[in-house]
Design a protein around this ligand. Structure first.
Ligand code: NAD
Ligand code: TYD
Length: 355
């Protein structure tokens, strides 16, 4: 079996669902169920014996040790993290606790477990660390895209804690020989995306008749990848990646934020037209994010050349699927927009100036 941490979150849940759609190898899903963890994402697996859910914190080393000894996985795939840049600006401590201390505690549990394995099991074992392109910092308009050798220059508390976790993972390979793999992926979008992030926030606000908040001039650039393409890349790296290596994963799809918001409005105008006017009329430019990274772009040639992975979805197909999924899943949306979510919206948006 494999262990997945953070498998009740956005990417983790998509990964677990796509894994069990293609394989009968069981998944032990270890997740703390923070505000971002949601078992409704995995509702279709409720009676599926191949999915074992355990609620727990990656900082709980004793619990991790007991689970690894009991279930004896061949791999650990580490998705669990605090993942939202704006939250890391308001409250960085949780990011250090989970992303740095938690990854350390998980690595220790993995190392101790790995040392109990037979020689062949040891060689075959993998610790796959799911990370982000944000560790590389920000690009200017003319810089080449991030490649695996681009120096780390994280700018937000989120990206700094992910960079720290990447370094720990690297060190456990170099020092102890733990067979680790790291993926650094660009911005994901798709089903089950928590509506604090740009794309699901715009879709849900648009439908609720609310403002569509664009930070600053909206000319910042992100490289968007449909989430199931990211999941496929992780599977390829798990099966064929070389221990100790890192792989950049991206969509070859750079878009300004304003262009993403315009495209979403146009899709909604087509799929669920308003009585009068376009959703574009709801766009509101607000105060920019402090330290806002200007541009991310991934050079994904290594994973394509060495492992044969490239994205299956284009932005047009992926974004249409995403909007259709949100239109068809009102219950999921209303369940995640709980009291805690409203507190976040109040903190992050209600005091912001119009830009
Ligand atoms: P998410 O915030 O949607 O989900 C995170 C999950 O981790 C949640 O289920 C949460 O309950 C769980 N979790 C948080 N703290 C935990 C702890 N201490 N112990 C156990 N579980 C805990 O995040 P996501 O967007 O699915 O991202 C998953 C991973 O992918 C993260 O490591 C993130 O850095 C990385 N990543 C995300 C993106 C993106 O665009 N979302 C892009 C590249 C990489
Ligand atoms: P986000 O989805 O938070 O991902 P990240 O910060 O990890 O890239 O944001 C994507 C981009 O959209 C980023 O440049 C910030 C911007 N943004 C807005 O303009 N308005 C918003 O309300 C949000 C949440 C993000």
């Amino acid at each position: 079996m494999i262990v997945v941490t953070g498998g009740a979150g956005f990417i983790g849940a998509n990964f677990v669902l796509s894994w069990l759609a293609q394989s009968d190898e069981a998944v032990l899903n270890y997740d703390k169920l923070t505000y971002a963890g949601n078992l409704n994402n995995l509702a279709s697996l409720r009676d599926d014996a191949r999915h074992i859910f355990v609620q727990g914190d990656i900082n709980d080393g004793d619990k991790l040790a007991a689970l690894l000894a009991e279930h004896r996985p061949r791999a650990i795939l580490h998705f669990a993290a605090e993942s939202h840049v704006d939250r890391s600006i308001h409250g960085p401590a949780a990011f250090v606790t989970t992303n740095v201390n938690g990854t350390f505690s998980l690595l220790e549990a993995a190392r101790n477990y790995w040392q109990t394995l037979s020689a062949i099991e040891k060689t075959e074992f993998r610790f796959l660390h799911v990370s982000t392109d944000e560790v590389y910092g920000s690009l200017s308009a003319t810089d080449p895209a991030f490649c695996e050798t681009t120096p780390y220059a994280p700018n937000s508390p989120y990206s700094a804690t992910k960079a720290a976790s990447d370094h720990l993972v690297r060190a456990y390979h170099h020092t102890y020989g733990l067979p680790v793999l790291t993926t650094n992926c660009s911005n994901n979008y798709g089903p089950y995306h928590f509506p604090e992030k740009l794309i699901p926030l715009i879709i849900t606000n648009a439908r609720a008749g609310k403002d569509l908040p664009v930070y600053g001039d909206g000319q910042q650039i992100r490289d968007w990848l449909y989430v199931t393409d990211h999941c496929a890349a992780i599977r390829r790296v798990l099966e064929e990646g070389k221990p100790g290596e890192t792989y950049n994963v991206g969509g070859w799809n750079e878009q300004t934020n304003l262009s993403v918001v315009h495209t979403l409005c146009d899709l909604l105008d087509e799929l669920q037209p308003k009585h009068s006017g376009s959703y574009r009329n709801q766009i509101k430019h607000i105060t920019d994010r402090p330290g806002h990274d200007k541009r991310y772009a991934i050079d994904a040639r290594k994973i394509e050349k060495e492992l044969g992975w490239k994205p299956a979805e284009t932005f047009a197909t992926g974004l249409r699927k995403t909007v259709e999924w949100y239109l068809a899943n009102d219950t999921w949306v209303s369940q995640v927009q709980s009291g805690d979510y409203m507190k976040w919206v109040d903190l992050q948006y209600n005091s912001k100036e119009q830009a």
